[in-house]
Design a protein around this ligand. Structure first.
Ligand code: A2P
Length: 197
């Protein structure tokens, strides 16, 4: 944020200074105040830029990940650099007013769930684990929390996993609140996500 600015508006965001911000994070790690340091919403480009200046590489990159936003390029990059990838909105955040994804209604999930006798939510989470990233689902209901944990002793067979590549891809959290054509550091969402849309 620009010094002295108030409010969450694109014109109040200053130019991000990745090297000095990360240096401050590394100092927190060195002092023992943080056990691990990581990033969120980093594109392949931003992560590459960070890795080129980091003394301590980020332990994790937390990004939007679910069957309708699979991010294969970012996944491969994180794997090649040893940065753990973890997914927020793994169920498409159906209850969040600004997102309201329909991931759980996806026909591929419905088909796989029916074949395996699981719920679409369990299929979405199991797909994430089998893809090699961790998942961060949330629920306010005990029964669903239990349902969401019940994804470790079964797997989606390969012939059904291949169906996930047919799913139309779309980022749900577009970040439009961070961009402004006139006043923003990022003029549009293509710039914000480095074209990874
Ligand atoms: P609720 O709290 O009423 O269970 P995400 O983790 O992708 O952000 O999604 C969280 C949303 O998904 C919440 O609105 C939550 O609602 C709902 N949710 C969590 N677990 C399940 C589930 N197993 N089946 C259907 N909806 C779920």
């Amino acid at each position: 944020m620009k010094k002295g600015s108030t409010g969450f508006k694109p014109e109040n965001f200053s130019q991000p200074d990745l090297p000095s911000t990360w240096k401050a994070m590394e100092a927190l790690y060195d002092s023992g105040k943080a056990k691990a340091i990581g990033v969120s919403n980093f594109s392949t480009k931003k992560l590459g830029d960070l890795l080129s200046v980091a003394r301590i590489p980020p332990a994790v990159n937390q990004v939007e990940l679910h069957p309708q936003w699979q991010q294969p390029k970012l996944k491969a990059f994180c794997q090649s650099k040893g940065v753990h990838l973890t997914g927020y909105s793994p169920l498409g955040s159906p209850g969040t007013s600004s997102i309201k994804g329909d991931v759980l209604k996806n026909p591929v999930l419905a088909l796989v769930a029916e074949k395996l006798g699981k719920t679409p939510a369990q299929v979405a989470l199991r797909w994430g684990l089998q893809s090699g990233h961790s998942v961060l689902p949330k629920s306010t209901k005990e029964a669903r929390i239990k349902e969401n944990f019940d994804v470790f002793d079964w797997s989606i067979p390969e012939d059904l996993v291949s169906k996930f590549s047919d799913i139309k891809q779309e980022r749900l959290l577009k970040g439009t609140g961070f961009v402004n054509e006139t006043h923003g550091f990022y003029k549009n969402i293509e710039e914000l996500w480095d074209g990874e849309l």
